[in-house]
Design a protein around this ligand. Structure first.
Ligand code: NAD
Length: 484
């Protein structure tokens, strides 16, 4: 039995128990057992964190970009020193394979801090000339205290994606990580103190969405909210921010199409389709959860994807060789299971998986394991094809030609990401342009250049993060128009 630890808030550079002394159990998904307690914060804790951030703001925003970047680089170095404990904590928190946390989540979180520290130094301003009349230059200044709210699927990575640009541009931050996976955020707070980041620049308040999260969204001293999570919570936050005229960025759900034309390199397309469907047990917003295949290649592709799914055996996330771990919680597993049952009722054929998986070893009895699942034969207009499941479930659908492929790809309320497989260069550009998504990957998946905008359209979000877009979101423009 692991030792129970407490995960308190981190406010003004100090760890603090929540004011009401209320705590939530944190469950390890691979075992179904609690291993820690996390602060169940309320409005008073959020208020204390916002005031700590507000107090740190003049000093931090008054530093040069170079000095801020130096401090953030020191934090990145400490994260790199601690990759192994961080990866272990992330695996215990989420149920993801430790190899994935080691290879992707933690290194990408470190890369975020380094990228935004560098980018904030090299950011350039804007200048507009009115010859003979005036010159205009646009200043960009931090907004103040940034409220940052993140989900459970890539806990450290998504938090760093928000914290890094917020503080690099001179804001101070109050971050509310997911209550389901709080451990790495607490470790980050400790490393921030160790790195010498001034107290109050980064505050972590744990707790549930409708209490701690909502208090952060509604706090009058927080002018900007950056949220990643479900479309449902995003809608509520957008409404609240609208009323108080806060700046808001929303990174929400997806139902991403993976479009495979018959002329594609089918070896690569099928291998990547399996990875895109099942990495992190299908719990990445960018997962390809709908595979659309041109009719002439349909049977071959479907068989290969189903075989790939059968080859992924759920394992203990803490074992080095595991490639497919546990779902994040029993509640989420129930949701995935009921989606698969609905798909069966709607006439879907389950070609692989479709059941709870047994525990891979004695330690994992009581864990949340589900088989990688492939479903064919559903009506593209049905709820299962349109709504996010956010688990290890992929559907496959045939299409005739480009127009049909585009209509299917765009046939959901979401527009986060898409993949496209073809050897025809003109078709690739043509179809990429027509698909409604924030990012279209051609003959690849999950390649990211941090300078490019990131985010979705339609119900997948509002605003864009990444690179210059994030630097813009966290700064307020002010134009100076000087007569000459
Ligand atoms: P969620 O919306 O339930 O929770 C996300 C975060 O918001 C948590 O910290 C939660 O406590 C908080 N929260 C919930 N309700 C809130 C409220 N009313 N006010 C303030 N905060 C609130 O989402 P989740 O289940 O943690 O994450 C899964 C979802 O996140 C999926 O829909 C997935 O697609 C999405 N996601 C999107 C991206 C992206 O970049 N677009 C990335 C990762 C995950």
């Amino acid at each position: 039995m692991p030792v129970m630890t407490d995960l308190p808030n981190h406010i003004g550079g100090e760890f603090r128990a929540p004011e009401r002394d209320a705590w939530l159990d944190v469950i390890e998904p691979a075992t179904g057992r609690p291993y820690a307690r996390v602060a169940d914060s309320g409005a008073a804790d959020v208020d204390a964190a916002v005031h700590a951030a507000r107090a740190a703001y003049p000093g931090w925003s008054g530093l040069s970009a170079r000095d801020r970047a130096r401090a953030i680089m020191r934090l990145a170095d400490l994260l790199e020193r601690d990759i192994e404990p961080l990866a272990r904590a992330e695996s215990i928190d989420t149920g993801k394979p430790i190899a994935l946390a080691r290879r992707v989540d933690i290194p990408r979180a470190i890369a975020n801090f380094r990228f935004f520290a560098g980018a904030s130094i090299h950011a350039s301003g804007e200048f507009h000339d009115m010859p003979g009349e005036a010159i205009n230059y646009t200043l960009r200044r931090p907004r103040g205290v940034a409220g940052l709210i993140s989900p459970w699927n890539l806990p450290l990575y998504l938090l760093s994606w928000k914290i890094a640009p917020a503080i690099a541009t001179g804001n101070t931050a109050v971050a509310k990580p997911s209550e389901v996976t709080p451990k790495t955020a607490t470790m980050l707070a400790a490393l921030a103190s160790e790195s010498g980041l001034p107290p109050g620049v980064l505050n972590i308040v744990h707790g549930r969405g409708p209490t701690a999260g909502a208090a952060l969204v509604e706090h009058p001293l927080v002018p900007a909210i950056s949220f990643t999570g479900s479309t449902r919570a995003g809608r509520w936050i957008a409404g609240r921010c609208g009323e108080s005229l806060k700046r808001v960025s929303l990174e929400l759900g997806g139902k991403n199409p993976n479009v495979i034309f018959a002329d594609a390199d089918l070896d690569q397309a099928c291998e990547t389709a399996v990875r895109a469907a099942f990495t992190n047990q299908g719990q990445i917003c960018l997962c390809g959860s709908r595979v659309l295949v041109q009719c002439s290649a349909y049977e071959q592709v479907v068989e290969r994807i189903a075989a790939g799914a059968r080859g992924l055996v759920p394992g203990d996330p803490l074992e080095d060789e595991t490639r497919f771990g546990a779902l994040v919680s029993a509640e989420h597993l129930d949701k995935v299971q009921s989606a698969v049952e609905s798909a069966r009722r709607l006439g879907g054929q389950v070609l692989a998986g479709g059941r709870r998986a047994g525990p891979p070893n004695a330690r994992c009895e009581g864990g949340c394991f589900y088989e990688p699942t492939v479903i064919a034969g559903l009506d593209p207009a049905c709820e299962i094809e349109r709504e996010e499941i956010f688990g290890p479930v992929v559907t496959v659908t045939p299409f005739d030609d480009e127009d049909h492929a585009v209509a299917l790809a765009n046939g959901t309320p979401y527009g986060l990401a898409a993949m496209l497989w073809t050897r025809d260069l003109s078709r690739a550009h043509r179809v990429a342009e027509r698909i409604e998504a924030g990012i279209v990957w051609v003959n690849c998946w999950m390649l990211r250049d941090l300078r490019t905008p990131f985010g979705g359209t339609k119900d997948s979000g509002v605003g864009r993060e990444g690179g210059l877009e994030a630097l813009r979101f966290f700064t307020e423009p002010k134009n100076v128009c000087a007569k000459i």
